[in-house]
Design a protein around this ligand. Structure first.
Ligand code: NDP
Ligand code: ZN
Length: 356
């Protein structure tokens, strides 16, 4: 095998391109994988075009993939070359104290479970390295296509994490602000947890149609005016139980606090790529005493989460096909797919590149 590979990298701020790098070496607990399908994420857009992580010069992008195992380390127990696997975007260090405390996303430091396209090369390459293969890979069930499986890397676990952080209960009224692929999965997760009424906030028709498909009962277009008054008008002035933030800018926090009930939860899964401070309205926050919780989280990675979420697809409880609006079949189209994700044309929800 040649020791070199190609990958789609951030060359500098606002610039992407293909570069050649060494194929990564693996340790005894790790795996080397080659992608079967990949998808660009809005987070890659934050990284390259919003400069959210600083200049990651020549860092290979991408953290959403389904893959085949090429090589495993000597201590790997459950995976072997040739296995088809689901790759979580977040691949924690499972021995870390933070992981043992339930926050594997932050193993050895804030957001450090996020390794692909952040602190090491990502998955938009001929090959990529997976740390702690037994803890971070999951076998791909034969019922799930490689394209659908890519949605298990990030979109499903992130959206569902939003619903989990919001602690959605039977009958809850939930406002999901942002109905791109992440928000759509937050709608789906909220519905599966038993939400009674779900507002989906977004402007593009294709996303509104998909939100309906996933169970949104009410659709709000933020371009039609203040979303707080639109939602409160629809509820007869009654605040919502939960808000999930999956799009928009920093002012969505202020809006969320203005529309949520005392004791409600504002759950943020949006990646805040720009700005410095978040404003919380003092009076609507109950003068600091309203028991309104504001929480934000990186999706949980690892094997168990992938296996459990995959069951929803295997048994027909979750269909991701409405998300996949643009399909490419040549690895070299990854850059075109990423540019689509940046430009968000009206007919786009999520592009996927499958390599067969
Ligand atoms: P998209 O850009 O596809 O979707 C964003 C949504 O927000 C769209 O529905 C858009 O509406 C809507 N929106 C835009 N502006 C406003 C506004 N002012 N008020 C209300 N809604 C608005 O993003 P994704 O779904 O791909 O990702 C969402 C976020 O999640 C990103 O920031 C991404 O980086 C982050 N993310 C976080 C992860 C985590 O672990 N927490 C993991 C993965 C992603 P429209 O386009 O219709 O006008
Ligand atoms: Zn992502």
């Amino acid at each position: 095998m040649s020791k070199k590979m190609n990958g789609l990298a951030m060359l500098g701020f606002d610039t992407i391109g293909w570069i050649e790098k060494d194929i990564p070496a693996i340790g005894p607990m790790d795996a080397l994988c080659k992608p079967l399908a990949i998808s660009p994420c809005t987070s890659d857009v934050h990284t390259v075009w919003e400069r959210a992580l600083g200049n990651r010069h020549n860092l290979i992008l991408g953290h959403e993939a389904c893959a085949e195992v090429v090589e495993v380390g000597s201590l790997v127990k459950d995976f072997k070359p040739g296995d088809r696997v689901i790759i979580p975007a977040i691949t924690p260090d499972w021995e870390a104290v933070e992981s043992q405390a339930g926050y594997s996303q932050h193993s050895y430091g804030m957001l450090n479970g996020w390794k692909f396209s952040n602190v090491k090369d990502g998955v938009f390459a001929d090959y990529f390295h997976v740390n702690q293969a037994d803890g971070n890979l999951a076998h791909l069930p034969k019922e799930i296509s490689v394209e659908d499986a890519v949605m298990l890397s990030d979109m499903i676990p992130t959206g569902f994490h939003g619903a989990n952080l919001a602690e959605v209960e039977y009958g809850d009224t939930v406002a999901v602000v942002g109905i791109g692929p992440v928000g759509l999965m937050a709608v789906a997760g909220s519905v599966l947890r038993g939400a009674g009424r779900v507002f989906g906030v977004g402007s593009r028709q294709i996303c509104q149609d998909a939100a309906k498909f996933y169970g949104a009962t009410d659709l709000i277009n933020y371009r039609d005016g203040n979303i707080v008054s639109q939602i409160l008008d629809a509820t007869g002035g009654k605040p919502v139980d939960k808000v999930i933030l999956a799009g928009g800018e920093l002012d969505t926090f202020e809006q969320a606090v203005r529309m949520v009930k005392p004791g409600g939860i504002v759950s943020n899964i949006n990646y805040l790529g720009t700005g410095d401070f978040i404003r919380i309205p003092r009076v609507e926050w109950g003068l600091g005493m309203g028991h309104i919780r504001i929480i934000g989280g990186l999706m949980p990675g690892g094997r168990k989460n992938m296996e459990f979420l995959a069951r929803l697809m295997v048994h027909g409880r979750l269909d991701v096909s409405p998300l996949l609006t643009h399909r490419f079949h040549n690895f070299k189209d990854a850059d075109e797919a990423l540019l689509l994700m940046k430009d968000k044309p009206s007919d786009l929800i999520k592009p996927v590149v499958s390599l067969y």
